[in-house]
Structure formats: C-alpha cells, structure tokens
Ligand binder design. Structure first.
Ligand code: MSP
Length: 648
C-alpha cells in the first residue's frame, strides 16, 4: 500500500466538555481531509482523547466516579460532539487503549536502551492544570505561567536527554521552512531552543493511574511523553505497515502546546528513536472570549459549546438542522486565527450568518435560479460560459488551492465567498432582465455563466459546508460535484437539463442586541437540549371541522417491534388498538430501538387506506413530531389511556 496523507489533531483532555476551541482544530483537519479526498488522495485523519493525566484522574475522583467509567463517558462526549458537527475522522485513539499503552512502553524501553533516558531526582514544581514541570524562575506570584496552582515535587524519576538534540533540532527547523508553521511561531521555537533546552522529566510517581514504566511499576510515564506518542500508536508502530501512515503529513494544534511539546520534545523523541519527523507541525491561535481577550477554556468556564450554538442557530433562524451544522463549520473556518487570536462570540456569528450566508450566498443562489426559470425556461442553456465568468471561477479555484497549500482554511473560505460576491456583481452588471427585454443574444451565455459559477462555488464550499454543497447541487438538479477537476470546469453542468426552483437555505436572522456574555461553566457533559425543529414557513391550508372529523385517531399499544431488513429508517410494529391487532410500518428506526418501543402507548391514524412499504403492509400511521435532526419523536398520551380510545 502506498503512503497515505496523515493528518492529526491534539488528543483532548477528558476533564471537561468539548468547546468551539477544540472544534476549531477538528474543523481545519476535516476541511483538509475533504479537500484532499476531492483531489484523489487517500487521507487518514486522527483525533482522540488524552486520558492518563493526573488531572483527569483527579477530575474523576472529584466527580465521585471510577476513573475508567469517567474517561469513557467523557471521551464519548467528544465523539458525539464531533458527529454532531459532521467531522469525518478515520481513527479515534484513546490513550487508555492497549494499542497505545503497548506503543508508549515500547518507545520508552527503546529510548532507554539507546541511552537517551536516565534516572535522577526531580525536585521542583509541577502544574497539574497544564501537566507541566515548572522552573522556580518561571513562577508568577507563586503560580505557573498559565496562572495555575503548582505543587512541590521531590521524586526519583526518569529523564529524557532533550538537551542533546538542540543542534539537530535547530538544523532541521532552519533548513526546512515548512516543518514548523506559521513562520512567526517557528521563530519563537528557534529562540526557545537557543535559550538552552533542559532535559525533561518523563515519569511521575505511580498514583494508580497512567502507563507504568516498563520494568518499574512504581512510576508511570509522564503524561506528555505518553500523549505525544498517540500519533505513532495509531500507525501500528513498531509493527509492519506503520509506514503506510508514518511520517505524519500535518500535526495541527493551538499555540500553547506548540513550542515546548510538538515543536521540540516530540521531534527530539522521534530523532532518538531514529524515526522520520512529521512533515509539518502547525499551530493556530486561540479563540478568545469577551473583552478581556481570555483564552476560551474549560478552566476559565467561558466556553461556547458547539452543539448548543448549532441548535440555537437552527432555532433562531429556522434553517434546517444540517445547515445549522454548516453554519458552525463555516464560522470556525472563517474565524480561524491563523496568526493571532480571534474573539469568538455570538454577535460575530450572527453578523456573518446574515452577511455571508443569508445575503451573499442566499441572493446569488436565489437570483440565479429564479432568473434561469424566468428567462430561459428553467434549463441549463447550451451557450458557453462568458470569458469574464470563467476567469473568476478559475481565479477562485487557484486562490482556494493556494490557501489550502498554506493550510489557511480562513483564506480558502474567503476565496469561495469572493466568487459568490463576484456572481452577485456579475448579475448586477450583466442585468439579465435588461438582456431579456431587448432580446439580446448574450442572455443565454449570461445565465449559463451564473449557473456554472454556482456549480464552482458548490465545489469550493464542499469541504467546508458539505450539506450546503449538497443542497446547491440538488437545486441545480445535478449530481453532487465530488472531484476537484470538475471545479471551475467551463462546462460542469449538462446543457438542456432542467434545474429546480430556488429554495432559501439560510433565512435571515433577526438581530436583537445580545445580553452580556454569560459564563458557561464547563461542567462534565450533559446532552445539549435539542433545538425545536424547523418551523414550517408555509401558511397551512385551512380545513373544515367536518374534514378533521373524517380522520380517525386512536390510542394503541406496541406489542412487537422489529427493524425492517434493508431499511435504515423503517420499523415494523405490531400494535393493539382495542380488541384489534394491526401491523404498522413507521420511520422511527433511527431514534428508537425495538426495546424502547415494546409496551409503549402511541397515537395512530386508524382509518388510512393500507399501503405497502418495503414490501410490508402498513395498516395505519403512527403520529410523531420531528426533532432538530429530523428524527421522529413519538406522541404518547400524558397518562395511560384505554386502548383504542378515540383522540379528538
Ligand atoms: N491533551 C493535550 C494535548 C496532547 S496532544 C499530544 C491538550 N489537550 S486540551 O484538551 O487542552 O486541548 C488543547 C487543544 O484544543 C489546543 O491545542 C487546540 O487544538 C484546542 N483548543 C482548546 N482551546 C482552544 C481555544 N480557546 N482556541 C483554539 N484552540 C483551542 O492540550
């Protein structure tokens, strides 16, 4: 097998919930993966959770929970959150997994056998919050440079000879300009190394939690040595086949764990093991919160939770739940603090939702499709794209590619938006309505150009906002654009093919002044409350009471339930309605298991003509509402009702 493109996020501590800062690093990797896949690469995207630290164990104890159960539960909240944001990672590693423990112990023993690890006494401070050893001279008012409490430690420990790698590290960094990015942070690393690297303590007294040092159970591996190795554990090293992934192509993280850990300690550990170094190690800045410019972090309790944000966008704007996911993704991408930091807040989200998505993208889509219907009969015209439009499409594509090459997801997003802005200007200046009025022969070319620009925009937005891109393809009535060669092709649409009427994707948000930022305590996970489903925008047709009375609705009880083979949605239910037994097929499989259903009272339409669904007869219909994800929520009487009783 040939080498895959291998991209990683940091593994997140499981002492609290995932917030938009964590989601940011996920997003940059997810967009890179989707983009590379469109270009034909095979990509492995790794993420996971860091579970062996002292602070994780202490958080479990403080929570009165068994540490194993605690880490499993919180790790799952990351999995759930990433699923809710449509992040398609390929592997999720947990540092309590045997595959990781094995790799860490193997590497530790290897470095010991090569003389890179020695025993000595550690006497000094330890910052549990950041899981770092702190020099006396680094203390600020008795606290660590991160503002955390420090503890005095005197322990026999193991040390890694980091100091002996200074010259080799400097040489690598100075001769390979894309090894550490961005360049400003690379310069910080060079100056950090030039100040002199100290050997690093790589063990701690065994508190009953962590990875034991091979051959010395009295100690565990220092959590940072342990955590960094996750990137290698996921490749299967030292077993054959690890070179399919290793060396990593890109390690992404935020700046606080760049200089000391990913840009010095980790490459030195790899050099000591005589393993190739990652190709690029790159750090973005922080999402900050409020006017103080404080880093958004669980310990400060000032976090914005991504799924809450998604739900409130869906609720407040009325956009479809999967598009609300895309709004969060879009904002993460657009606000990516590549060099500095960005204040992430709801006002900015709302502002860009309205200006970029509801206005710019919404108008471009709506006007183009409406005019195609109004002026050329709702089909893709045969006329060729105008030169000006083709140049704009190709320019957008090249700008997007350049930005992605430099890992600047924010600039790639801007390139896609610029194409949309171009389209709106193009429509204004070419004025199809005027061309139609004067029967100008260029009308068809202008409409074709508008539609092809939308098609290119669909391709550019696809890695960032996959659900939106699918909607754009559906409105253009073409199969989704999936390969990069198709982007900015002069004829990506099929002439003569009908297109669909426009459907608004992002209804405008009514902007009301936001209350002062509220602090959200990052207490361990609770499931975010579901957003109300999108209200229907259409005014319902009124019916007479007599019409309503024709519908026979009754209380029933589910006796048996089983998923229908070959269907992801349908369940076959046997229900009793009074004395009668009936079979009803319902699209509730994604939300309910058979066990959830059996014995439950439900409400059914009793006098519907039977139909066949997936070959199964359905003798009625179960009543349900939709949740924010479009999944059915069953209606049920408030208290037990006599079976078969009429609902009115
Ligand atoms: N467990 C270590 C990493 C070990 S990697 C071998 C750790 N975990 S963490 O839970 O604190 O996550 C830190 C990472 O989360 C950052 O490097 C960044 O990727 C992301 N972010 C957390 N808060 C963030 C912001 N406020 N802003 C931007 N990124 C943020 O450190």
């Amino acid at each position: 097998m040939s080498k895959q493109f291998y991209i990683t996020t940091p593994i997140y501590y499981v002492n609290s919930v995932p917030h938009v800062g964590h989601a940011l690093t996920m997003l940059v990797c997810d967009v890179s993966k989707r983009y590379r896949e469109m270009r034909g690469d095979t990509v492995t995207f790794l993420t996971g959770t860091d579970e062996n630290g002292l602070k994780v164990m202490e958080a479990a104890v403080a929570n009165g929970e068994d540490p194993h159960a605690f880490v499993a539960r919180i790790s799952q909240t990351f999995v759930d959150c990433w699923k809710g944001l449509n992040f398609e990672y390929d592997d999720f590693i947990r540092t309590t997994e045997p595959r990781h423990v094995k790799t860490v112990q193997h590497l530790f023993a290897l470095l010991q056998s090569k003389g890179h690890i020695y025993q000595d006494k550690y006497v000094g401070w330890y910052d549990v919050g950041a899981e770092t050893f702190v020099k006396e001279s680094e203390l600020v008012d008795g606290k660590s440079p991160d503002g955390n409490e420090v503890r005095w430690v005197e322990e026999e420990n193991y040390f890694f000879r980091l100091s002996s790698f200074s010259d080799r590290l400097l040489e690598k960094i100075e001769t390979d300009p894309t090894f550490l990015l961005p360049s400003g942070r690379r310069a910080e690393v060079i100056s950090f190394i030039k100040q002199g690297l100290r050997d690093v303590c790589v063990s701690r007294a065994n508190p009953g939690w962590g990875i034991p040092i091979p051959g010395d159970e009295s100690k565990v591996v220092y959590v940072w040595f342990d955590a960094l190795v996750n990137y290698l554990s996921a490749t299967g090293w030292p077993d054959d086949g690890y070179t399919e992934l290793w060396p990593a192509d890109v390690h992404w993280m935020a700046k606080e764990i760049f200089t000391r850990f990913h840009a010095t300690l980790w490459p030195a550990m790899l050099m000591a093991a005589e393993l190739p170094l990652p190709k690029t190690v790159i750090a973005h800045g922080w999402f900050t919160f409020g006017e103080s410019g404080d880093k958004m972090s669980k310990s400060k309790g000032n976090v914005i939770l991504p799924l809450e944000l998604r739900n409130s966008i869906a609720q407040e704007s009325g956009c479809a739940p999967e598009l609300a996911v895309d709004v969060v993704r879009f904002c993460l991408a657009r606000f990516l603090p590549y060099e500095g930091d960005t204040n992430f807040n709801r006002e900015e989200v709302n502002k860009h939702y309205n200006s970029d998505l509801a206005n710019d993208l919404g108008n471009a889509l709506n006007r183009s499709l409406s005019m195609a219907h109004k002026f050329v009969g709702g089909i893709v015209p045969t006329a060729a794209v105008e030169a000006e439009a083709l140049t704009a499409m190709q320019h957008a594509k090249t700008s997007f590619e350049k930005a992605m090459e430099l890992h600047k997801i924010n600039e790639a997003t801007e390139a896609a938006l610029n194409l949309i802005r171009f389209l709106n200007k193009y429509i204004d200046t070419r004025a199809p309505w005027a061309l139609a009025k004067s029967s100008d022969p260029s009308l068809e070319a202008v409409i074709r150009s508008m539609l092809e620009i939308l098609r290119t925009a669909e391709g550019l937005f696809r890695p960032i906002m996959p659900a939106t891109a699918l909607q754009m393809a559906a409105q253009l009535n073409h199969r989704p654009l999936t390969t990069w060669e198709e982007v900015a092709a002069p004829a990506s649409l099929t002439p003569g093919q009908e297109i669909n009427p426009p459907q608004p994707l992002f209804p405008r948000l009514e902007l009301v002044p936001q209350p002062a930022p509220k602090k959200t305590m990052a207490t361990p996970p609770t499931t975010p409350p579901p957003a109300p489903a999108k209200p229907s925008l259409e005014k319902p047709t009124q019916i007479d009471f007599a019409d309503f009375m024709k519908v026979d609705i009754r209380v029933a009880r589910i006796l048996e339930a089983e998923p229908i083979a070959g269907s992801e949605k349908l369940m076959k239910l046997q229900v009793s309605v009074g004395d009668e037994r009936r079979q009803i097929v319902a699209g509730i499989q994604k939300k309910y298991s058979a066990l959830d259903l059996i014995g439950r009272q439900i409400v059914v339409v009793y006098n519907l003509k039977p139909v066949k669904l997936m070959g199964q007869e359905s003798q009625g219909m179960v009543l349900a509402a939709d949740d924010a994800d479009g999944l059915a929520i069953l209606l049920q009487p408030d208290s037990e009702a006599p079976e078969g009783s009429l609902v009115h």
